[in-house]
Structure formats: C-alpha cells, structure tokens
Design a binder for this molecule. Structure first.
Ligand code: HPA
Length: 243
C-alpha cells in the first residue's frame, strides 16, 4: 500500500473514497492530520494532508517526523509526496509537473532526523540519490500511460519559508543548479530514508520563482489558488494511474 501526502492545494480528503480516518500518536507527537485510509481509484491508499485539515502548519512547522513515523506504522511501502514549487527551469512555469531526482537543502533548524539522542544512537543514511528511483520511474511511466507531460529529473531546492525568496536568492539557487524551489520535501525525504520508506516527490509548479519571467513584479501567492487546484487534479490522476 502507498501513502499519498498532499500539500497546499489539497483542500479536502475527497481525492480518497471509502474513507476511514484514524488518529495516530507517535513518539514525536501527532501527525499533521488523522491518517485517511481509503481508496484511490479503487486501490487502497493512506492519505495525509501535510499542512493539517485547516492548513494550520506552516512549512517549517510541519510535524514531519510524526508524519513519516505514522505512515511507517500504517504499514505503507512507499510515499508519493505532492509538493507545490516555484519554477526556475524554463519548462517549470505554472502548471508544470516534475519528478525531481535531486535536492539541495537550504532549510535550517528543522527536526530532520530520528537519530538525535544518545538512546537513538548515530546513523548516517545515504542520500546520494535522495528519492526512490524505482518509485519515481513508476510515476513517470504512469504519467506517460495517461498522456500527461511531466519533467523527469531536476534539482529541488528546499527553502525554509514561509516567506518567498528574493530575486537574488532565486538567482543563487539557479546558479547552484536548482530547477524548482519548494519548502516541504526536506526533511520528509531524509526521514523516509531513515525509516526505510521509498519516497518520491511529485512537484507542481504554481508560479515562476521570484524574479523569473512574470514573477519579476512580485508573487501574489493567494491569487495562485486556481492554478494549484488545476494542477493537483493532474497529479492525482498520475498517482491513480500509478497505484
Ligand atoms: N518558492 C518556494 N516555495 C514555493 C514557491 C516558491 O516560489 N511556490 C510554491 N512553493
């Protein structure tokens, strides 16, 4: 069974049918929302809304350790993580969908490991390839089957937020090799790796990153809701085709 983590743009649990909500607790507190056990296009799935049912957790406050721990407890084999991004690469304008294969972490102060006490010990997980390549390839194949264009590969820059970036910051991330910017895939991917869970992000561009193209005049995040909603439909179709 797979888990689907839904980010901004998932305004309800409706993507899943035959829903049963289960409140979980973990050694790291409660996850951001009850886990929703149900079906995605007929296949059993666990759905979790990353920012909470009232979208109350800002990116840097998402209880990622509890979220991944709860999904592991639920017995999932892999996590499909939907995340909105600002596009840097030319093909990542609003509406663009990507299955990135690399990540650069620019966040700070987040609880990004389960190995941070003497009791837990020390472990250095391999992150050469931060996302599960088999799962990403499966999602790419599913997208192709239903005729959706997705960018396969690319570098995801994880920023702290919740504020958006300055144009100079985006230019720096571009020079570093980033193709898209988001705020949530890290530390989820690292925590999933520590737990031995396959994890693959599906990124949906909702804006050009700051300073790029039309975003040179600024970004009104609130006005992007329609773009987000449309893009999410496409992503759910891909996830459905995959599972
Ligand atoms: N920057 C960071 N995160 C984002 C953006 C952005 O421009 N758009 C959506 N998530």
């Amino acid at each position: 069974m797979y888990a689907l983590i839904g980010g901004s743009g998932f305004t309800s649990n409706d993507v899943v049918t035959d829903r049963e909500e289960i409140e979980m607790t973990t050694p790291y507190g409660a996850p951001s929302a009850p886990l929703v056990f149900g079906r995605l296009g007929g296949t059993p799935i666990v759905f979790l809304r990353r920012h909470g049912v009232n979208h109350q957790f800002a990116p840097h406050r998402v209880p990622a350790r509890a979220n991944l721990w709860a999904l592991k407890q639920a017995g999932v084999e892999g996590v499909i993580a939907v995340a909105t991004v600002g596009g840097i690469a030319a093909d990542m304008g609003p509406g663009g969908i990507a299955l990135p294969d690399q990540l650069i972490d620019y966040t700070w102060g987040r609880e990004a490991t389960y190995y941070d006490t003497p009791e837990a010990g020390v472990k250095h997980v391999d992150m050469t390839h931060p996302f599960d390549r088999t799962l990403s390839a499966g999602l790419a194949a599913a997208a192709a089957r239903i005729g959706r264009t997705v960018r396969t590969g690319g570098v995801y820059a994880a920023t702290q937020g919740p504020r958006l970036e300055t144009a100079a910051e985006v230019e720096r991330y571009r020079r570093d090799g980033a193709d898209m910017i988001g705020m949530t895939v890290y530390p989820e991917c690292a925590l999933a790796r520590e737990l031995g869970l396959a994890y693959a992000p599906v990124c949906v561009s909702v804006n050009h990153a700051a300073g790029i193209g039309t975003s040179n005049e600024g970004i009104d995040f609130e006005s992007l809701k329609d773009t987000v909603a449309e893009a999410v439909v496409s992503v759910v179709d891909i996830a459905k085709a995959f599972v």
